[in-house]
Structures are given as C-alpha cells and as structure tokens.
Design a protein. Sequence first.
Length: 141
Amino acid sequence: MGAFGRNYGNEVAERTAKTSAEFATQALLHEDPRYKRSDSNNLVMRIGHAVGWTLFDESDSGHRELAYSTFTGAAAGSFVGMAYLPDGFNTATKAQQRMLEQIGGHAMGNVLIEFEPTWGPIAKKLRIPRILPEWWTPEHK
C-alpha cells in the first residue's frame, strides 16, 4: 500500500502542477486551449495537423503562435518530482524524459480528438463507452 500511495501522490502532484501551469500560461498569454480539427481528408495531413497543434496553437484573437502552455505545463509537471522522488528518479535527465512523455501524450490526445469522428461511431456500435467526454471534443462539420 505504501508504494501505491507514493505513486498515486506523484501522479496527483504532477497533474496538479501541469494543469496549474497550463492554465496560468493560457490566461497570461491569452492562449485558446481548444483543439481545432483539420479540414483535410488526407491521413498524413491530419496526423501532421494534430501533432503540429501540440507545438503551435491559437491565441484568443485567432493567430497561430507557439504553444507556450504545452511546454510550461509539461515542464512544471515533470520537474516537480525533483523535490520528493527518491535518488535516481529526481535527476534533471529523468525530469526531461518525463517532460517529453507528457508532450507526447498531449500529441496523442490531439490525434485521438482528430480522428474521433471516424472511430467514435464504430465504438458506439460496439457499445464501447466514450473515451473522451462530449464537451471535450468540438463538433466537426
């Protein structure tokens, strides 16, 4: 139970630091955190759009800009562990690896949202519960 508690506490600390830093950055720099699907029908272009949206997003005014909140959130969530993780896990190298994992997870989430109109009806027919809630994915027209 002690290991479970430590792992759970680590996940809570990482998630709290990540989401707090993302929100603060989005509020300060007026970033729009919502993902917008591609209009293309080309598979490679859609995947490129989803991955690109991880690195670049839109401001509140609609201009494309570097996704600062993605990087600050990943950094905060990754480096917070250096304060309490045991030796060997609290190094800068491990924190950077965790940061890359978080950015990769963000990219994967964008790919899932991009293709949700394709796999969503199939999952519904198979009676698989929704992975992403309806409020999370914008309507695709």
